[in-house]
Design a protein around this ligand. Structure first.
Ligand code: FE2
Length: 151
């Protein structure tokens, strides 16, 4: 979990440092996939660079909005700032758009509920090297629904 604009939790950089100081690729596991659940892009990028070479994948989640920056970092970690969501993009991050607008205006509204249109599937595909646990190739995809498809 990120620390900025998120529920209070431990310092994510200190927790990450402590983890990688005590766990190593190919010693403790074959591959390491880090799902960084955070609100802001800079915090996700910083964790990606900090873990570069120590994780197979660092992928951000939480915003529900896919970013277009999938790449392999300098030391071999596949990185994507945010994978996006699997849901209806004719919405406000997957929730019914009119109800969400009403909530922002503090009008009569209900608890958030999902939009029910055609879903878009978003994600990333990584091919990893089983000898060193690092990425060989990475791509992101957007399939179906309201977003422009790039596959
Ligand atoms: Fe979340």
């Amino acid at each position: 979990m990120g620390n900025i604009f998120m529920k209070k939790c431990k310092d994510v950089f200190e927790v990450t440092k402590n983890f990688i100081d005590n766990h190593k690729l190919k010693k403790n596991y074959d591959f390491l996939v880090v799902d960084f659940h955070g609100e802001i892009t800079s915090e996700k990028m910083a964790i990606g660079h900090y873990l570069d070479g120590n994780a197979t994948i660092v992928v951000g989640t939480h915003t529900h909005v896919p970013t277009n920056d999938a790449r392999i970092l300098e030391n071999g970690t596949a990185y994507l700032t945010d994978a996006g969501m699997c849901g209806d993009y004719d919405s406000v991050i997957g929730m019914n758009k009119q109800n969400s607008i009403n909530r922002f205006f503090k009008r009569d509204s209900q608890k958030h509920f999902p939009a029910k249109g055609e879903a878009t599937l978003c994600g990333m595909i990584v091919d990893a090297n089983e000898n060193n646990g690092l990425a060989k190739s990475v791509s992101s995809f957007i399939y179906g629904g309201k977003l422009n498809n790039n596959t």
